[in-house]
Ligand binder design. Structure first.
Ligand code: CUA
Length: 325
C-alpha cells in the first residue's frame, strides 16, 4: 500500500507539478487541491457505504407515506443541502486564490513581462530591459511579476503550475496574471488550451533566479552575439535565408519567428527536451511547418525547404553555440 502510494505520489513532483508549489499562489492552489481530495474522498466513501448498506439490508414492511417521507429527506439533504454546503465551502477557498492572482495595487511595483502566445511558441518581452526572447522565461525570486498575456493567432493559455493558476491568452486582448516565486529553480510552463496540431509542444522553460543571476540573465540577452570566425559561412547563410524571420542580436532583425539569440542554451528545441542533433533535425524537417499540419492554416512556420542542404549542418552547428559566452 505504501509502495503503491509512493509510486502514485512520485507523479506529483517535478518541474511542472502543481502539487510542488514554489510561490504563494501555487501554494494556495495545492492546499485547495488537497482539501478537495480529502473532502470528496470522504463523500465518495460515505456514498459507497450507504449503497452497500442499501443493497444488503432487509426491507421492512412500510406504508407508502413513510417511504415518500424518507425519499424527500434524501433529496433535500443529499441533493440540495450537501452540494450547496460543499460549493459554498469551495468558493470560500477558491475566490481568495483567484483574487491573489489579480493585478491589484501593491506597495512594491511589480515587474512587467509581456507574453505573446502563437502557434506554437511563446515570445517573451522585458519592456524595461529591452529584451525579447522566445520559449525561455526568467523571473527574480521574491518579486511579484505582472504577466501581460496576448496572442497573435488563436486562444492559448499560460500556465506555470509551480507558480500558480492559468489564464487564457487571447487575440485582441491583454489579460494580466500576477505571480511570484518564493524559491529559485527551473520550472516548466505549458500551453493549457488546445490551440491546434502541436498544442502539446507549446512549452516554456521558466527559471526563478536570485536577483544578481537574473540581472546577468538579462544582460546576456541584451548583448550582440559574438561570432567565431569558424562560423562565418553559417552566419552569411543565416543572414541570407533565415534573418528575414528570425532575430539573432547583432546579426539579423526578423520578427516573424522566434528570437534565436540564445537558442543554444535553451532546454527545449521545438517543444521537446533538447537532444543530440536537434537543430539539424529541425532544419531538415520542421514538424511545425504548415505543410505538415493541415489544420493549422494560421501557422506561419515554413519547412525551411528554401535552405540548401549544404547549409543545414553549418547553421545547426552555429545555432548550437548561441548563448554560450
Ligand atoms: Cu497554445 Cu495550446
Amino acid at each position: 500500500m505504501i509502495g503503491f502510494a509512493s509510486v502514485v505520489l512520485l507523479g506529483c513532483r517535478g518541474p511542472q507539478s502543481a502539487l510542488e508549489p514554489a510561490g504563494p499562489s501555487a501554494a494556495m492552489v495545492a492546499t485547495l487541491w488537497w482539501s478537495m481530495v480529502f473532502f470528496f474522498s470522504t463523500v465518495l466513501f460515505a456514498v459507497v457505504a450507504l449503497w452497500v448498506y442499501a443493497l444488503f439490508r432487509r426491507s421492512p414492511q412500510q406504508n407508502d407515506e413513510h417511504i415518500r417521507r424518507v425519499a424527500r429527506r434524501w433529496i433535500v439533504g443529499g441533493g440540495l443541502l450537501l452540494p450547496l454546503t460543499s460549493v459554498t465551502v469551495l468558493l470560500g477557498f477558491g475566490i481568495p486564490i483567484g483574487y491573489r492572482m489579480l493585478p491589484l495595487p501593491l506597495e512594491e511595483e511589480p515587474m512587467r513581462i509581456r507574453v505573446i502566445g502563437q502557434q506554437w511558441w511563446w515570445e517573451i518581452h522585458y519592456p524595461d530591459a529591452r529584451v525579447i526572447t522566445a520559449n525561455e522565461l526568467a523571473i527574480p525570486v521574491g518579486h511579484p511579476v505582472n504577466f501581460e498575456l496576448s496572442s497573435r493567432d488563436v486562444i492559448h493559455s499560460f500556465w506555470i503550475p509551480r507558480l500558480g493558476g492559468k489564464l487564457d491568452v487571447m487575440p485582441g486582448r491583454t489579460n494580466i496574471l500576477r505571480l511570484k516565486a518564493d524559491e529559485s529553480g527551473r520550472f516548466r510552463a505549458q500551453c493549457a488550451e488546445f490551440c491546434g496540431w502541436r498544442h502539446a509542444h507549446m512549452i516554456l522553460s521558466v527559471e526563478a533566479l536570485p536577483e544578481e543571476e537574473f540581472e546577468a540573465w538579462l544582460r546576456l540577452r541584451q548583448q550582440p552575439v559574438t561570432v567565431d570566425s569558424s562560423h562565418a559561412g553559417a552566419v552569411a547563410a543565416f543572414q541570407q535565408n533565415c534573418g528575414q524571420c528570425h532575430t539573432v542580436n547583432g546579426i539579423s532583425n526578423g520578427r516573424v519567428g522566434p528570437n534565436l539569440s540564445t537558442v543554444g542554451i535553451r532546454p527545449f528545441v521545438g517543444g521537446r527536451a533538447k537532444s543530440e542533433g536537434a537543430f539539424l533535425t529541425w532544419l531538415r524537417d520542421n514538424p511545425f511547418a504548415h505543410e505538415q499540419s493541415p489544420s493549422a492554416h494560421t501557422s506561419l512556420a515554413p519547412n525551411h525547404s528554401t535552405l540548401a542542404p549544404q547549409h543545414h549542418e553549418l547553421i545547426a552547428a552555429w545555432l548550437e553555440t548561441l548563448g554560450h559566452e
